[in-house]
Design a protein around this ligand. Structure first.
Ligand code: SAM
Ligand code: SF4
Length: 442
């Protein structure tokens, strides 16, 4: 269908949110919209939201406010707000009062139905439709834009873990796995349109397929994806440490295309805090998993998520988190101040930590992790690493950029014709955030 309309899609939050935003964009494409980055000439603006932390929520509220001015300049532009923030119980009413300029409000469970909402709005209605539960497990599997090298692929939805700080299970519902056949077909069609690297997404990929009979788990899925011709690389996030099996570690060690990178969020190094977080593992168990990874895959890179200032976290608990960072040797860590999310168990805990202490702990944690990450990168100097060439570097267009199998960013001089292929790069320098190197021909 062709109608020459333009859609601008803005995604906040995790890769799942980005993936949902892509799905929404793809649906509008089927109805004649083409994607654009220019708000001033847009016919439709979609904001796919996040509510994992208050900071994300505030940014989004600011953006919704800005869009009011856009609507004043262009009365015809339609505005859609979707995703986790809208799905939170009781939030829609508050948002609607605050932002009457919004045309579509929709949650996380009815993405595939977006076109019907859009049609109603195009006929002059304002719509708000939030499903309390998902009614379908499959998704509209969108075809990737031609030439896109990397794609995120949902393998499962929702979460059953109920970590006490986390809003995700409340807004994304219970865990459900997509059928392997459906996932494999989606990846094959992505590869047909030029994709060479996929990231398999789930809140806890290690519990993928737990409802399947006969038994079929995430390691089985990885083995099958590994067989897809022309696909170069497979990544996956997120691995919950409590469910990380030996079978999965062995599969990553053996898989040709599976990258040797585990994103294994620790959240805290203190057993007392881990228990209050309802993470269901201890620091000793976590370290035993790390040891197993290093035993099977000595060069595996490990990244993590850490929360500081969880209710009840003492200086001693925090010191244990710092010690953990030194023991686990993460190549990178995503660090957050605890943010109170209403509706979660931790929000009701009494011993909340004051903001100034959270800020101080975050600073300390980040400075230690920066040293650790630099150390990790320095250890790569002199090594020959495989890089999937993504394109010209943003900071230096004369040079190319891409990622190693361990997800480290590399900047190197090379030939534009190699974009989309794997090259070997000899690392010569470790910068603050990147590695520098030269292509070495085989
Ligand atoms: N399912 C993933 C897991 O278990 O690791 C994480 C998904 S969550 C979108 C990403 C990260 O956000 C979490 O690992 C956690 O570190 C952080 N996070 C979640 N809730 C938070 C909160 N209330 N305050 C601060 N950080 C939070
Ligand atoms: Fe949130 Fe825990 Fe589920 Fe991750 S595993 S999404 S942190 S509840």
């Amino acid at each position: 269908m062709k109608n020459n309309k333009k859609v601008v899609t803005l995604a906040y939050g995790c890769q799942m949110s980005e993936r949902d935003a892509e799905t929404l964009t793809e649906i509008t494409r089927h109805f004649g919209y083409s994607s654009s980055n220019d708000l001033e000439t847009a016919d439709l603006v979609i904001v796919n939201t996040c509510c994992v932390r208050e900071s994300a929520e505030n940014k989004i509220l600011g953006k919704i406010g800005e869009l009011k001015k856009l609507k004043e300049r262009n009365i015809n532009v339609k505005i859609a707000i979707s995703g986790c923030l809208v799905q939170q119980p009781g939030v829609l009413e508050r948002l609607q009062k605050r932002a009457p300029h919004v045309d579509i409000w929709t949650g996380t469970h009815n993405l595939h139905d977006f076109h019907t909402l859009l049609q109603r709005v195009e006929q002059g209605e304002k719509v708000a439709e939030i499903w309390q539960e998902p009614k379908v497990t499959s998704e509209v599997a969108p075809l990737a834009e031609k030439g896109k090298l990397h794609a995120n692929v949902n393998i499962m939805y929702g979460c059953d873990n109920f970590c006490s700080y986390c809003i995700v299970p409340h807004v994304r519902g219970r865990e459900r796995s997509r059928r392997p056949q459906e996932i494999l077909q989606e990846i094959e069609s992505l590869v047909d349109s030029g994709c060479r690297e996929v990231t398999l997404l789930g809140q806890n990929v290690n519990s993928y397929g737990k409802e399947f009979s006969p038994a079929y788990d995430f390691a089985d899925l990885l083995q099958q994806v590994d067989q897809i011709p022309l696909l170069s690389r497979i990544r996956f996030i997120t691995s919950h440490p409590k469910d990380l099996s030996d079978k999965l570690i062995e599969t990553v060690a053996e898989g040709e295309k599976v990258c040797e990178h585990f994103h294994l969020p620790i959240q805290s190094g203190s057993n007392y805090i881990l228990e209050r977080m309802n993470r269901k593992y201890t620091r000793e168990y976590y370290l035993s998993r790390v040891q197993k990874i290093r035993e099977f895959i000595p060069n595996a890179s490990l990244t993590t998520d850490i929360i500081v200032g969880f209710p009840g976290e003492s200086e001693v608990d925090f010191e244990q988190t710092l010690a953990m960072m030194k023991q686990a040797h993460y190549s990178q860590a995503f660090t957050f101040m605890y943010s109170k999310r209403s509706g979660t168990l931790a929000a009701e805990m009494e011993d909340q930590i004051p903001l100034d202490i959270k800020k101080r702990r975050l600073q300390k944690l980040m400075s230690i992790q920066n040293q650790e990450s630099l150390e990790w990168r320095k250890n790569m100097i002199g090594k020959l690493v495989e890089v999937l060439v993504e394109g010209p570097s943003k900071t230096n267009p004369e040079r190319l950029t891409g990622r190693t199998r361990g997800y480290e960013l590399v900047v190197f001089s090379g030939n534009l014709e190699t974009i989309g292929s794997l090259v070997n790069v000899r690392i010569s320098e470790a910068g603050s955030w990147t590695l520098i190197g030269e292509v070495e021909l085989a």
